[in-house]
Design a protein around this ligand. Structure first.
Ligand code: GLU
Length: 524
């Protein structure tokens, strides 16, 4: 049989290679714990709809051995090959998730003691929130999650509704129409200033006037209840199915203390800023309702990750917002998301973000992850003190600032994506080198960390070619035990057997010949 085989044989071989990644003792048995631990270590949670089934199947039952053989592994893995492959081969966007989370823990601990700032007190419901509450949640674009602190508490999203309502307006009406009614310029004034730009529009969608305006452009054709349900459902979709709450007391208080927002709305109506037929009272009510939505930090991190993944939810795979919308939304968040600290934040942290007076901060690292920090005490700009502190420390530790790639910071900052490249390219090269040197420990280490034993270098030379050419019989023996492909051809059309013959390595030849004789029908 040829090396190519058919599709099912290939995937059988693939599953076997994954099985081998876990079969460290090489006894044909793996422990279900090792699979569960691999999933947990990479940050794929039991609640993740993509892997829930694997966790269920790999559950350890009392009185039943946790060891499974290849057939048992196949039953657990065969429907989830792509995710298990990513996990075991280190192909998730942050391959070494454990080290990454240790760094986040350190930053959390260092910022936890920062007791500056004051909890918002313009309404009693916010004033009552305990100032020591602190949560950090992370979700990558591959759905790797990590959370610390009060991550199950629901908090008031307040202004963090603004980028979402802007996005919903964009998705429905498009950039041109939306920006006839709202600008995209940092205002240079405080977030609730009664001022419009020279075209009579609010300066941007992330100040109060702009958010009231974009709210008027979210499903205006629906009746108020349907409209609010639509937004709640969008928050649920953004956060992978987690259910947002509505805090009616916050809503009533917001409404009662909203003279400035009423003033802004009437001012804009006087200037003819709104689209036609807007009902002002309904729009304001809708705006207050959206500010009174509550989510957990875990949910908001997933929503931020959806933005980081250009509108595709990492856990459900569902497209929630269009790519163009997300691009526009992140651009505005980058320049206007942090009240009067927006320029400073863009300069020092260099990431799109939005904060709210409930103490929430949504941080987006495009193409990598979303983060939510929730810590109620605010600074004089209305931003979470710990949120700012955390963000600054984060970009000091990691190369996340949008322009870090332009600077030679390799020695100073961590690139958590890095080992991904290592496992694919450098990993394969290192394996070839270790095979040629006869370094069995290194070979075992590389194979068990997911490096492909059949991966060839630029000349089509595989680890087996190199081990055979150098007469490294113990490596050849090990590779055979891992069901390596026996007859790969390099670019000169040579197989490992040709190499062994040329070097007169009789022991290697014997191993290859014997195995070929036995296994040729099965594997090659
Ligand atoms: N509900 C607040 C307002 O409209 C939003 C405050 C905020 O988070 O900036 O005044």
């Amino acid at each position: 049989m040829s090396n190519t085989g058919n599709h099912s044989e290939n995937s059988e071989q693939e599953i076997f290679q994954l099985f081998n990644c876990l079969d460290l003792n090489q006894d044909g048995q793996i422990n279900k714990w090792d699979l569960v631990n691999a999933l947990e270590d990479t940050g794929l949670w039991r609640t993740d709809p993509r892997v829930k089934d694997i966790y269920d199947k790999a559950r350890i039952r009392p009185g039943v051995s946790s060891e499974i053989d290849f057939q048992g592994f196949k039953q657990v893995a065969s429907n989830h090959m792509s995710v298990i492959k990513k996990v075991l081969k280190g192909d998730l966007i942050i391959p070494d998730f454990v080290s990454f989370t240790h760094e986040i823990e350190k930053i959390y601990a260092a910022t936890k003691t920062n007791s500056d700032g004051k909890v918002a007190d313009y309404i009693p419901q916010l004033k009552r929130v305990h100032p020591d509450k602190y949560a950090i949640s992370v979700c990558t674009i591959d759905g790797q999650q990590f959370s610390l602190g009060d991550t199950k508490d629901h908090f008031s999203i307040q202004s963090i509704m603004k980028p979402i309502n802007y996005s919903l307006a964009l998705d429905e009406f498009g950039e041109e129409k939306v920006h006839q009614h709202v600008g995209r310029e940092p205002s240079g004034h405080s977030f609730n200033e009664i001022t419009l730009d020279y075209k009579g529009r609010p300066h941007n969608p992330l100040i109060n006037a702009g958010a009231i305006m974009t709210s008027s452009l979210v499903k205006p054709s629906l009746d108020p209840a349907e409209r609010f349900d639509y937004v709640l459902n969008k928050w649920s979709d953004l956060s992978g199915g987690m259910t947002p709450r509505f805090n009616n007391a916050v809503y009533l208080s917001e409404k009662q203390t909203a003279d400035r927002n009423f003033a802004l709305a009437y001012f804009m109506r006087e200037k003819g800023s709104f689209p036609e037929n807007v009902n002002l009272e309904e729009t304001l009510d809708f705006y207050f309702q959206c500010c009174s939505i509550e989510v957990t930090s875990e949910a908001m991190a997933i929503a931020a990750a959806t933005l980081a993944a250009s509108g595709l939810n990492p856990l459900t795979g569902k497209r929630v917002l269009t790519q163009d919308t997300v691009k526009n939304c992140l651009s505005v968040m980058f320049s206007c998301g942090m009240y009067d600290f927006s320029g400073e934040f863009a300069f020092t942290v260099g990431l799109p973000a939005k904060s709210g007076v409930g103490g929430g901060l949504m941080l987006v690292i495009p193409g990598l992850m979303g983060i939510c920090v929730w810590a109620p005490p605010l600074d004089k700009n209305g931003n979470s003190v710990k949120g700012i502190d955390f963000s600054q420390r984060l970009v000091n530790r990691f190369n996340f600032h949008i322009y870090d790639s332009l600077v030679d910071i390799e020695s100073k900052k961590i690139d958590p994506k890095k080992r991904k490249n290592f496992s694919k390219v450098e990993g394969a090269m290192t394996l070839c080198w270790a095979a040629a040197q006869g370094d069995l420990n290194e070979v075992i280490h590389l194979v068990s960390s997911g490096v492909d034993i059949n991966q060839a270098d630029y000349d089509g030379r595989t680890p087996l070619h190199l081990a055979a050419a150098e007469g490294q019989a113990h490596i050849v023996d090990y590779l055979i035990s891992k069901r390596v492909i026996l007859n790969p051809r390099d670019r000169w059309n040579n197989t490992p057997i040709d190499d062994a013959k040329r070097g007169n390595h009789t022991e290697v030849l014997k191993l290859l010949d014997n195995t070929r004789g036995k296994d040729s029908d099965k594997i090659n």
